[in-house]
Design a protein. Structure first.
Length: 337
């Protein structure tokens, strides 16, 4: 076998990326959204560019695996991390909608909506008991559809889209409750990072509620006063629960430090950014000015978390590439000439 038939070290390393790597896109995208909400537009667009680049690479890997190794694709698609593909797509779509790029946002909404039922079905079939925090990604992916649909509804004054967004909004809450009973609470102390999704799922649910209320505030008649009051109160309740989870998980990080890098740490950054975005959105939509300052503080905590995890990812990537190059060299040296 000639050396030309061996994959490059970079390609070999990239092929090993787990489905959970999509959380990096989710984390970077929502940090971009939070920065936009506080007027940090330059930083927001830098984060958006990084998120788009990562999304394109992961999408290419997703399609390549589907075409080249269907059995491996199905195996990976059955893991909870596969749902990051849907969630990441909706987060990017939401950011594009905030930029005024409604057509691109709509395309991403359609893509996410097409992927969502198949991936959710594959993942739910493999749910067990005492699951890690990734079990909440079913809620996150579903609520992501609600956030993007409601954001687009407000941007384009499309009432039916806001009504459609109510379906994943309520379904996401149901999925959260199911996941909560399957979540291993010991992960709060032992988890490698994705335990934070237990709070992040509530944060994106609160953001979805805020986006639905914002859509109603554009002048469209969407529901009556009683329905509006229920949505208002539920959104506040979801945000309060999210902040409670945030405090518990932060205390657990201090009590049981886990400082080594793990790809699942991107699933820590995502809830940090999502809590900031939800707090800022609820503050603006419900006219609660005192929430703005905490939202801004949470935003910078998310940025700091993103920088720390990104640094860890770079160090691990360099080590992984060195190992891949060494393996490729060993194969070439033993191949017949």
């Amino acid at each position: 076998m000639s050396s030309a038939t061996h994959p490059s070290a970079l390609r070999a390393w990239w092929a090993q990326r787990p489905p959970a790597a999509g959380a990096a896109v989710m984390a970077t995208g929502i940090v971009s959204v939070a920065l936009h909400l506080t007027g940090r537009e330059v930083l927001s667009r830098i984060a958006l560019a990084l998120a788009c680049a990562a999304w394109l690479l992961l999408a290419a890997n997703f399609v390549h695996l589907l075409l080249a190794d269907r059995a491996q694709w199905v195996k990976r698609a059955g893991t909870p991390g596969a749902l990051t593909a849907v969630a990441a797509t909706t987060v990017l779509g939401t950011r594009f909608s905030l930029l005024g790029w409604s057509l691109l946002a709509a395309v991403l909404l359609v893509l996410a909506a097409l992927l969502w039922p198949w991936l959710l079905l594959l993942v739910v079939r493999h749910w067990g008991r005492r699951m890690p925090g990734a079990v909440f990604l079913g809620c996150v992916a579903t609520e992501g559809l609600a956030v993007l649909a409601a954001t687009l509804a407000a941007a384009t004054s499309t009432p039916w889209l806001a009504h459609a967004a109510l379906v994943p909004f309520w379904l996401g809450i149901v999925l959260y409750l199911i996941a909560l009973f399957r979540f291993d609470l010991r992960q709060v102390a032992r988890g490698a990072g994705d335990q934070w999704v237990a709070g992040g799922a509530l944060a994106i649910s609160a953001l979805a509620g805020a986006k639905l209320l914002a859509a109603a505030g554009t002048g469209m008649y969407l529901w009556n006063a009683d329905d509006h009051a229920v949505l208002h109160d539920l959104t506040v309740f979801l945000l309060a629960l999210d902040l409670a989870w945030y405090a518990v998980l932060l205390a657990a990080e201090i009590a049981w430090p886990r400082l080594r890098y793990d790809v699942r740490r991107w699933s820590t950054v995502f809830p940090l950014g999502m809590t900031a975005a939800a707090t800022l959105s609820v503050s603006a939509v419900l006219d609660v000015p005192w929430l703005d300052a905490p939202g801004r503080a949470l935003q910078w905590i998310a940025v700091a978390g993103w920088l720390a995890v990104a640094a860890g990812a770079v160090v691990q990537a360099r080590a992984g590439l060195r190992s891949a190059r060494a393996d490729a060299g060993a194969v070439r040296s033993t191949a017949p000439r």
